[in-house]
Write a protein that binds this ligand. Sequence first.
Ligand SMILES: Cc1ncc(COP(=O)(O)O)c(C=O)c1O
Length: 461
Amino acid sequence: MEFKKIFLPESELPTQWYNIAADMPTPMEPPLHPGTGQPVGPDDLAPIFPMNLIEQEVSQDRWIDIPEEVMKFYKIWRPSPLYRAYGLEKALDTPARIYFKNEGVSPAGSHKPNTAIAQAYYNKVAGTKRIITETGAGQWGSALSMCCALFDLECKVYMVKISYNQKPYRRLMMETWGAKCVASPSTETNAGRQILEKNPESPGSLGIAISEAVEVAANDNEAKYALGSVLNHVMLHQTVIGQEAQKQMAIAGDYPDIVIGCAGGGSNFAGLTFPFIRDKIHGRNVEIIAVEPSSCPTMTRGPFAYDFGDTVQMTPLLPMHSLGHSFVPAPIHAGGLRYHGMAPLVSQLVMDGLIRPEAIPQMETFKAGITFARAEAFISAPETTHAVAMTIREALKAKEEGREKVILFNWSGHGLVDMAAYEAYLNGKLADHELPAEEIRRALKDIEPLPKPRQYLAGTI
Ligand SMILES: Cc1ncc(COP(=O)(O)O)c(C=O)c1O
């Protein structure tokens, strides 16, 4: 009989994370201090991150051991199953063989706990009492709340206001796990008050929420800040996904021609693809596709430049694709993809031609989410529908060309807490958002005076 899914036993859980920094064809340029423009050292980051995570952030070691305590909690939801999407293949009448890695099986419903549990652990051993963070759609905030509960840490989450209002159940998940959730911009911080003074109706953005969380963490000796994407150590923790997928694909007797992930800050994409990009660097022929929303086209149209990770310019300058730290993306439902920047590691690999970035408009992604739900039963998170839509594009291309392509994508999370978005789509209330070129041009002006990386590339806005 055909298999539908491949489970790995717990004994096959990866015991190390894979650090792609050790294999990068072009070495990364350093983050720069927001005040001096000089490379930041570990001490500059110490007010907001514990030293053990800072060490991982700058590590060049190819393999980093996963601590026992983290392995113990990974076993709650890992190894995650790899599915063969027979239903989708049939619905599309494609000769492509489609596989997806189901990261929606974690208790929070996405890949985010893979790094949240590691960050909670490293903070606990470093003596942190509370962790402050931001969240877009609420996936990261709920994942960190869950992991803080497991390690008995306090947790406070600044949630982008538009999502706070659209997704009350995410907030309730955080509160159930014992965290405090605040709508951002808030009046609690200087950063929030500054934004609200200019625009009392601000829907918020990840950049603004990061500013609030960093400000609070930096002013509290017992607190540290945690980020759910973008940074090197976050990409690192997610590589358990791709390592498992490689073992599972081998059991299936296939190797992917194409590996796909949606990309907001880049972490689920990196998690699945970095082990495959390692193969690609060593000569394997595999295409790697990162999918972003057309209304927030960071990699496809934004410059590769130095920019701040947050809106009020408190974080270090990172070398990355960016639409400008003051860019507020259109209020699409894929809240986790509404970020102005992209992980420096992912950005550099795009620059090196190892990753092909693609942008897809909102309506196509929801149509894909519906097709997938009716063919495969699982209801995808709005972010995840971007990967589904790209998979459908590639599967239909394989059909046109009459080629048996093997496609693997990351099913980064379920959409059971996002049904308001599906309701809007099903009732004909969703639309594609025009690329706000004027807004991007304005935001890009703000980064013109900043230092430029060696490989600076102007965008195509
Ligand atoms: C289900 C899901 N997929 C993808 C993303 C995008 O984040 P990243 O690019 O870091 O994976 C998010 C972010 O919230 C998410 O919740």
